[in-house]
Design a protein around this ligand. Structure first.
Ligand code: NDP
Length: 251
């Protein structure tokens, strides 16, 4: 009699569109059972149906990552239905606000930290002890090159992404002995709705500074994440991997 092994579970936040949707699609293609999280339940269900049609296994758990109670409730449902994840990809994030540091309101600052940083903490604090009990886990936090460099009109975003890089390295140091890796991926400019919101003139200025002379694609980021959570990625831990078409090679 053949025993059926259960597919490993991957949680992907911000899976309703853009980079997160591409990551979820790639991980499903690589044999993971994917749990899709974001606020837009309809968009999640659409992607879920798409992945199921393609022969994958996928689940939707709508929630606001910044709201700890909401996250805890969604993760409780996830654990009951799908089990403990082997992979956690913290991708949900917000861009902006695009103004000078002295013009950033406390509300804007708190909102960005709530999603980009507290959101990641909420998921990690839930996942880490469970992964430890399983003896293995892979966490990937989607930061940004703004997590390694600064940029005018981006102080809050840069602060949140620097926080993520530091958090990822600290988790790697603290949890590596339990078979858990944690890395930050630092994309440059990737063609998604977030980038589409930037004014045309700034998009053009950016393109002129990118040696590849194009923006990256969500699928390229997904490929790097798939490597990190796959068999070849096991010894990469505590790294901040840049993927920016060469932009930061001459900042
Ligand atoms: P999009 O704006 O296209 O997508 C953002 C995703 O995050 C959506 O799925 C959104 O879903 C989800 N999200 C936002 N807020 C919350 C929340 N409070 N709770 C749950 N989910 C939330 O962005 P990208 O795909 O471009 O970006 C994805 C990640 O990559 C972000 O962390 C971003 O900072 C990072 N990044 C992007 C770059 C780019 O050039 N595009 C460059 C470098 C990094 P919903 O609205 O359904 O909640």
């Amino acid at each position: 009699m053949q025993t059926q092994t259960k597919a490993p579970v991957a949680v992907v936040t911000g899976a309703s569109r853009g980079i997160g949707a591409a990551i979820a699609t790639e991980l499903a293609r690589n044999g993971f059972e994917v749990a899709l999280l974001s606020r837009d339940g309809n968009a999640l269900e659409q992607l879920q149906q798409q992945l199921l049609k393609a022969g994958g296994r996928a689940w939707s758990f709508p929630c606001d990552v910044a709201n700890r109670d909401d996250v805890t409730a969604a993760l409780g449902r996830l654990e009951a239905k799908v089990g403990v994840p082997r992979v956690l990809v913290n991708n949900a994030g917000m861009g902006g606000p695009f103004h000078r540091a002295d013009e950033v309101s406390v509300t804007e600052w708190d909102q960005l930290f709530g999603v980009n940083v507290d959101g990641v903490r909420n998921l990690c604090q839930w996942a880490l002890p469970r992964m430890k009990a399983e003896g293995s886990g892979r966490i990937v936090n989607i930061a940004s090159i703004m997590g390694l460099f600064g940029g005018a009109q981006s102080s809050t975003y840069a602060a949140t992404k620097h926080a993520l890089v530091g958090y990822s390295k600290a988790i790697a140091a603290e949890w590596g002995a339990y078979g858990i890796t944690c890395n930050a991926v630092c994309p440059g400019y990737i063609e998604t709705e977030m980038l589409a919101k930037a004014p045309a003139a700034s998009r053009q200025r950016l393109l002129e500074r990118i040696p590849a002379v194009r923006f990256g694609t969500p699928e390229e980021v997904a490929g790097l994440v798939a490597f990190l959570v796959g068999p070849a990625g096991g010894y990469v831990n505590g790294s901040a991997l840049v993927m920016d078409g060469g932009l930061s090679s001459h900042l």
